[in-house]
Write a protein that binds this ligand. Structure first.
Ligand code: BGC
Length: 431
């Protein structure tokens, strides 16, 4: 406790000497003034927008075709970070969860007894690196991936009921001394006609189409997220008792595990939502960036090492994923519950109220609206941040950027882009 406080004063002292760093000055100024109540916020008059804290979250600035990180956006200023989760570890965890399920339940799985375990895959967004990692993780673990340039192909295949697709291959699995083939029967990007990706309704329609032409071959359904997974489950697989796997551990999906939804992955949104706002808070206060993260703050908030990792080269904090299945789902029933270890109120005399602009790329996105935002709305109070939440239409960046008319009103920004390539649409407004 004493340490963090001393560190705070030290940083402020240094900040005051380094006149160039106006952001730190503003943070220290805020830290020493007393609380001015809930409507308070901006003391940003002296800080240029380009020097204000910025956190990208959920969609990592990157090239949507190659996945290459947009280092300019990630290093927009020295108070810029990305918060997401470990996409590769998550993709592998999802693949392993499906494979474990097959091995355990093989006796009842092959519905038409043809020796082929057929699955269909709902793809969220072909240009989103999290979606790509999940598709790769599932294919690689099930042995259906084909490699190109050293990487598993993640393209949608359309239909492949006869196993002839060149984008995937038949996997081989031996369970209980018997050999099975694992086949991706079909996959599709779930994008609606207006251009919104990860679209749950599109997935519900797709399973209808697939089921009516080759329903008896479908033994498993895998989805890049729970929004699409639950839509397929409600439309078809619940009644037909076909195990369905999603991602996100949204409350409705976790509840459905009791009725037969096969599993999901928690990307630890409770940790991500905290990090999103906590990094802004720390930058605003001019304290060590890992305050309340790797090391306890004065209130006792701290995250344990198994929950996240920081990769300096990416300027990114990544939450760790865990599988949620029939074995452990009762621990995950409320996806909007803040993480216990970081749920203590900050003292507003040290962390004064500040104003934050934050957007959600698609107000209709299942995960962001039903899990992530409700968490943010609890952490904002604990961290004394007055956040303006802007909900986008999931299709155009301008729908969101148009609502960042006066960045000078805000002390800090948290951005969730429509397309991972589009960071400059935002940074140009701050520059
Ligand atoms: C989530 C999806 C969501 C997407 C939005 C992903 O991390 O798993 O459910 O649609 O983020 O960008």
């Amino acid at each position: 406790m004493e340490m963090s406080r001393r560190r705070f004063l030290e940083v402020c002292g240094l900040g005051a000497m380094g006149l160039a760093n106006v952001g730190v000055l503003a943070g220290c100024g805020g830290g020493s003034s007393s609380s001015t109540g809930s409507s308070s916020g901006a003391s940003s008059g002296t800080v240029a927008n380009k020097d204000k804290p910025l956190v990208w979250f959920n969609r990592q600035p990157s090239n949507s075709s190659t996945g290459e990180l947009d280092t300019a956006a990630l290093n927009f200023n020295d108070k810029t970070y990305y918060v997401g989760f470990d996409a590769n570890q998550g993709g592998e965890a999802q693949g392993k969860m499906v494979k474990d399920y097959i091995e355990k339940n093989i006796a009842s799985l092959d519905r038409n007894g043809d020796g082929v375990i057929g699955y269909v895959l709902a793809i969220g967004d072909v240009g989103h690196n999290d979606s790509i990692a999940r598709t790769r993780g599932v294919r690689s673990t099930l042995g259906t991936a084909v490699e190109k340039d050293g990487k598993a192909v993640s393209d949608p295949i359309g239909t492949n009921t006869d196993g002839s697709s060149s984008l995937v291959q038949d996997g081989k699995l031996e369970v209980g001394g018997k050999a099975y083939i694992v086949r991706e029967l079909a996959s599709q990007e779930m994008k609606n006609s207006a251009g919104a990706t990860w679209d749950a309704a599109t997935a519900g329609n797709a399973i209808g189409t697939w089921a009516s032409s080759f329903g008896d071959q479908i033994d498993i359904i895998v989805s890049n997220n729970d929004g699409m997974g639950m839509s397929m489950y409600n439309a078809w697989s619940k009644d037909n008792k076909v195990p369905t796997f999603g991602y996100d551990a949204n409350s409705d999906a976790v509840a459905a595990i009791a009725d037969g939804y096969a599993g999901t992955i928690s990307q630890h949104a409770d940790v991500q939502a905290y990090l999103t706002l906590r990094l802004l808070r720390n930058s605003l206060d001019g304290v060590d960036i890992n305050t309340g993260i790797a090391k306890a703050d004065d209130a006792g908030n701290v995250l344990t090492e198994d929950l996240y990792k920081y990769v300096e080269a990416d300027r990114s904090y990544y939450a760790i994923n865990v599988a949620v299945t029939a074995d452990n789902y009762t621990d995950f029933t409320d996806s909007t519950k803040t993480y216990d270890g970081v749920s203590k109120q900050l003292d507003s005399s040290k962390s004064a109220p500040k104003k934050v602009w934050l957007d959600i790329y698609n107000a209709a996105d299942n995960f962001l609206s039903s899990t992530y935002q409700p968490l943010l709305q609890q952490y904002d109070k604990l961290l004394n941040l007055n956040v303006d939440y802007i909900g986008g239409d999931g299709q155009t960046e301008s729908n969101i950027t148009n609502r960042l008319g006066n960045p000078s009103e805000y002390d800090a920004f948290a951005i969730n882009m429509v397309k991972t390539d589009n960071a400059s649409s935002y940074t140009s407004l701050l520059s």
